[in-house]
Design a protein. Sequence first.
Length: 261
Amino acid sequence: MRIGKLTAINYSQLKVKISSEIRGGSVNLYGNIYYFGNIGSYLKITNAIGEVIICEVISIFDSDLHQEKFSFDIESNRELLIKPIGTINKLKEFNLGVGVFPSLYSDVSIVTYEDMEIILRTNNEPQNDSYTDGITHESFSLGISKNLINYLIDVNIDSFFNIHSAVLGNSGSGKSNTIAHIIQEIHHKESYSAIGSRVLVFDVNGEYKKAFTNDLNANISIKYYKPNIKNDSDGYQPFYLPHFLLTIDEWSAFLLATEAT
């Protein structure tokens, strides 16, 4: 569904003028409500070679100078600044970056749930796997999107663990809970969902032991290690640091060494 026209283009930002018939910051498309007037929401534009450029809304403002432009049906004075982030090609594959930018006055449309499935590369249906002779799960549930309101975010397992990820937030905002949720979502699935995986958790605040137990999945082996103990205690095994494998720089960083100490 078209919500406006592209009115300015530079290397890192595009300007969109909202069509006059669009009222408010949401539209109803095939029974689904899409919110496009939020910072961080997504829009799409098709370029000259048929690729779909996915963009993120970074600014919303009212035009300083309102000029009538009836020829392009953009007589509204509401404008958005959007940032291109990636491209969906004709094979329905999403890649970061943009090669061919769209033309001036191209239509700007809503990013649908179907587009998000292509971007996130998710497949909720378990797949038959000839290697394991069983069924594997290709995605896990991460939560509900704050940008696409009420949209359930499923993330491809392989894509997620092939890149660096970070969970950011203030103290008490649920960072540890989010990490525990991600690992639980992957490992509580049966039928080879995480075959061959090995996860190391440095639990400096003692938050994760209750989150990971052998009751979660009988096929998972969970071990707990703790420094400064000589024998097994309360389910923990002694942890020994191989100090002889560390360099001087690593020792200094580990001991927080300074010139004064």
